[in-house]
Design a protein around this ligand. Sequence first.
Ligand SMILES: NC(=O)c1ccc[n+]([C@@H]2O[C@H](COP(=O)([O-])OP(=O)(O)OC[C@H]3O[C@@H](n4cnc5c(N)ncnc54)[C@H](OP(=O)(O)O)[C@@H]3O)[C@@H](O)[C@H]2O)c1
Length: 289
Amino acid sequence: MASFIHLNDGNQLPWIAFGTGTALYGRDATESVLRAIDNGFIHIDTAETYGNEASVGRAIKLSGKPRSELYITTKLGKLQQPGETVRSALLTSLKKLNLDYVDSYLVHNPARHPGRLQQIWKEMEEVKREGLAKSIGVSNFYVEHLEEVLSVATIIPAVNQIELHPYVWKSAKPTIAFDKEHGIVTSSFSGLSPIVRFPGGPVDAAIKQIRARLEKTRGAPVSDAQVLIKWLKQNGILVVTTSSKAERIREYLDTINVPDLTEEEMKLIEAKGAELHRKAFVSLLPAYL
Ligand SMILES: NC(=O)c1ccc[n+]([C@@H]2O[C@H](COP(=O)([O-])OP(=O)(O)OC[C@H]3O[C@@H](n4cnc5c(N)ncnc54)[C@H](OP(=O)(O)O)[C@@H]3O)[C@@H](O)[C@H]2O)c1
């Protein structure tokens, strides 16, 4: 069952995306993306920096799915060559992806464009106007970067994709609040970090307790990952995750069928997460480690 998040520009994106960074960074993603699509994912998240857009394009073609039924996000990397623009970078990505347009195009990281964020954003607006990207947004942007962009923007970013899980929730709160205030959808990567990268932390017991309650209510198994994904979704966050396994891919998508967490359970995860600060991805922005 598809479920969508509405964006501030009138478009929509599926609530969960299959990512081709991290585990697939610099690697051919054809098989993984094909497996994800075959098992129900319709939203794929890639980036120029991941070095695998061409393989994502191959998987899209091999899937046989009509373009209109898929949602593709890619991201602007560092502009390397003299004369390279946002438009030329996106055209290169589109060529690799074998697509005419992407559904969302994000500025991958503000640290890759020092002193040029406003110019970059004006160019992002142009590629949206031209229809090369249906929606435009940002990634790894915190309040100061968003303010810099908004001061010149005629199109507000639709999405801000940041590292988001209970162990960074407290520090990300000002950004999440800023996003909300401006109608920007916050999207998460690294959402499973408490169980994948930092097991043994204070959130573990809360996950176990909530999982047991949900299994009882549902009368069917619920996984730790589903508890975390449900927590993000109920907070209005677009989830970007990944897996090499068909079973887990189906499990992620099945989160939609898991009963809601209660308000107390939502708060419990947040409170336990606030006891520990752990960031999975070393930021290019020293102030946000
Ligand atoms: N914008 C950015 O700067 C940025 C940065 C990082 C990532 N991203 C995007 O976000 C996507 C997802 O990132 P992520 O890898 O950090 O996502 P994640 O959802 O935190 O982790 C996914 C990983 O968790 C593993 N996993 C899931 N359940 C597990 C369990 N119960 N036990 C052990 N391992 C488990 C999966 O491994 P299996 O293969 O074994 O299932 C998979 O490799 C990336 O691919 C990329 O597209 C964006």
